[in-house]
Every structure is written in structure tokens, then in C-alpha cells.
Design a protein around this ligand. Structure first.
Ligand code: HEM
Length: 212
């Protein structure tokens, strides 16, 4: 497709365009969400998801730091049926491994929240984001919060008597919402770049790839 001035801004004004900064920030968020999907998958495949049996959004940022704290976390895990029916006899060292993945998954979630919220506030403050775009991004942030709740709601399903894993329906809701959030972030980012050189470069790359 021939590039006209209406489909492509010139280099200098594009450089100054705050939309571009917003779009690049959203790409960083999307990459972090993609990594989260991978970490979530590892959490599931290593059967680590029920190792943290409490929901402490702030205090849970740090893992247990002393032997006493580790023993407390392990004792809590030993109360649930997954331990009794599947993992009886597990050592503290083994417990620390499954704990790591669930803790890291939750920590990464908190980090995504910060990497989304702080620049968002900055962009609102500077006026780079306003109106409809601000509403869309606030909606995505709310979905991210909901994802955390769905995560915990899913964990509670696995803590019930005779359960050794989380509910597959809640797991599907958790995975589905993760994919929807990922898609929405990318959608808004690409929409912001419409007509920019970056997208044309991507398009050109796609065309070359197609005819390779
Ligand atoms: C941005 C936030 C989050 C995203 C994108 C995300 C995404 C995912 C994904 C894709 C999986 C794998 C699902 C599968 O294998 O089908 C997963 C697993 C899991 N997530 Fe999250 N998650 C998030 C936050 C949380 C939070 C805050 C919690 C806990 C409070 C949580 C708890 C879990 C658990 C326990 C599993 C493993 C499930 C199992 O035991 O089988 N997630 N997550």
C-alpha cells in the first residue's frame, strides 16, 4: 500500500506524539501478562497452586523469611486435603519449591499491577491519556483486579474437603480472563499506533515474511 501523509505522520511529529509512549508502555504490560500466562502454566503443571492457603495482598508480597515462618506456612499447607491425600510425607525443602511458584505467580501479578497503575496515573496527570482512552484503560485495570480475585476464588475451591486440585471451571475462568486482558491491552496499543511508522514497518515485515 502506498503511504500517504494521511496514513503516516512524519518522523519528527511522530517522535513527539504521546500516543506512541502510551502504546509502548502497553506493549510492556502485554509482554508481562504473556509472561504471567507462562508462569501460571508452570504453577499448574508443577501442582504448586494450593501451596499458599491464605490471601494477603500486601503482607504476602514477602515470602517466609525465617525458619519459624516457613514452618508456619508448611503447617498450614499440611492441614489441607491436597497434602493429606497426595503429598503426605513431603519435606520442607519440597514444599519450598511448590511455594516458590505460587508466590512468584502472585508477586508477578502485583508487579503487573504497579507497572500498569503508575504510568497510567502519570499519563492521566500529563493529559496524554484522557476521555475514552482513559475509560478503556481504567476498565482494563479493573479487569486485572478481578483476575486477582478470580485467582483467589479458584484457590478456595481447592482448599475444600476432599479436593486435591482447584475447580477446572474456575481455572478456565482464570485462564480465559487472562487471555481477554492480554487481547484488550494489545488491541488498545495497536489502535493507538494506527497510521504510525512502527505499524507500517510491522506490516512491511509481515508482507516480506508472507512472500519469503
Ligand atoms: C494478572 C494476573 C494473573 C494472570 C494473568 C494469571 C494467569 C494465570 C494462568 C494463565 C494460569 C494457568 C492456567 C492453566 O493452566 O490453565 C494461572 C494459574 C494459576 N493462578 Fe493465576 N493469574 C493471575 C493472578 C493470580 C492471582 C492473584 C492468584 C492467586 C491469588 C492466582 C492463582 C493461580 C493459581 C493457584 C494457579 C494454578 C492453578 C492450579 O493449581 O492448577 N493467579 N494463572
Amino acid at each position: 500500500m502506498a503511504m500517504t501523509s494521511s496514513t503516516m505522520t512524519d518522523g519528527a511529529s511522530e517522535y513527539r506524539d504521546p500516543k506512541r509512549a502510551v502504546a509502548y508502555w502497553l506493549f510492556v504490560c502485554a509482554a508481562m501478562i504473556f509472561a504471567m500466562v507462562v508462569i501460571g502454566g508452570i504453577t499448574r503443571l508443577t501442582e504448586s497452586g494450593l501451596s499458599i492457603v491464605e490471601w494477603r495482598p500486601v503482607a504476602g508480597t514477602l515470602p517466609p523469611l525465617t525458619d519459624v515462618e516457613w514452618q508456619r506456612a508448611f503447617d498450614q499447607y499440611r492441614q489441607i486435603d491436597q497434602y493429606k491425600l497426595l503429598n503426605a510425607g513431603m519435606t520442607l525443602a519440597e514444599f519450598k519449591t511448590i511455594f516458590f511458584w505460587e508466590w512468584f505467580h502472585r508477586l508477578w501479578g502485583r508487579l503487573i499491577g504497579l507497572v500498569f497503575a503508575l504510568p497510567f496515573l502519570w499519563f492521566l496527570w500529563t493529559g496524554a491519556v484522557r476521555g475514552k482512552l482513559a475509560l478503556k484503560l481504567a476498565g482494563i485495570f479493573a479487569l486485572g483486579g478481578l483476575q486477582g480475585f478470580v485467582g483467589w476464588w479458584m484457590v478456595t475451591s481447592g482448599l475444600r474437603e476432599a479436593m486435591v486440585a482447584v475447580s477446572h471451571i474456575r481455572l478456565a475462568a482464570h485462564l480465559g480472563l487472562a487471555l481477554i486482558i492480554h487481547l484488550l491491552v494489545l488491541w488498545v496499543a495497536f489502535d493507538l499506533l494506527r497510521g504510525h511508522q512502527f505499524l507500517h514497518a510491522l506490516e512491511a515485515g509481515g508482507v516480506i515474511w508472507h512472500y519469503w
